[in-house]
Design a protein around this ligand. Structure first.
Ligand SMILES: Cc1cc2nc3c(=O)[nH]c(=O)nc-3n(C[C@H](O)[C@H](O)[C@H](O)COP(=O)(O)O)c2cc1C
Length: 207
């Protein structure tokens, strides 16, 4: 009871959410599909800022349970090959059009990163779920930093990431998993989705 009333008093002393620039930044972020990303992508300094923001994510026992691999433009042809092989591995009858569509995804974003979860070395206090959460926080920080710097970005997954050949092409260690791509570039027009309201996101435990 005492806690609830002190919480109320603290809230009254604080500014409205729309008057706080950091919250405005968070609430205005939205994904920009790789198809709608244009040149230029971030320069090295801007990309480093995004990665430093990612590095500010919570990390239980400081295990660094994730990392990113940059896929430069000169490697996009090799990525297209991987997408084609992954498609043919799961659907040997894929049409030429399907193959072309799979390959084309490799070339869309000016900057492309692969996010990798690290589930090793094992730690008794840090289960896999906490490591994925840490990666999710890192990705959110990276997206927000990109947005703050005026870039558009989006996370994408895809079945190719689940194909064994993908992990071996990226020389991932045992216990490492490719989770998603991060596409970054100058934003074109983007569709914004409606956000859930607070009431949809919160319930109160009744023991
Ligand atoms: C790990 C991860 C992978 C995703 N992969 C895809 C994807 O392959 N294709 C897609 O359309 N959206 C994908 N999404 C969702 C988009 O990145 C984006 O969050 C969603 O479209 C909502 O847009 P918003 O970020 O503007 O709210 C993925 C999201 C996450 C967290």
């Amino acid at each position: 009871m005492a806690r609830e009333s002190s919480g109320k008093r603290e809230r009254q002393e604080r500014p409205d959410a729309d008057a706080v620039p950091d919250l405005t930044l968070i609430l205005s972020r939205h994904s920009v599909s790789p198809k709608r990303l244009r040149d230029p992508g971030p320069d090295d300094t801007q990309l480093a800022s995004m990665l430093e923001a990612a590095g500010a994510a919570p990390d239980h026992e400081l295990l660094q349970p994730w990392r990113f691999v940059r896929i430069p433009l000169r490697a996009r042809g090799a990525l297209a090959e991987l997408f084609e092989r992954a498609l043919l591995a799961r659907d040997p009858q894929a049409s030429a059009q399907d193959i072309e569509r799979a390959r084309e995804k490799a070339f869309r974003a000016p900057e492309l990163l692969l996010a990798i979860a690290r589930l090793v070395p094992e730690h008794p206090d840090v289960p896999a779920r906490e490591r994925y959460v840490s990666l999710g926080c890192a990705l959110m920080n990276l997206l927000l930093a990109a947005h703050a710097l005026g870039f558009g970005a989006m996370l994408t997954g895809g079945k190719a990431l689940l194909w064994d050949g993908f992990a071996s092409a990226f020389a991932l260690a045992d216990g490492e998993e490719p989770v998603c791509f991060v596409s970054i570039g100058t934003p074109g027009t983007a569709r914004r989705r409606a956000r859930p309201g607070a009431a949809e996101l919160l319930t109160t435990w009744v023991p």
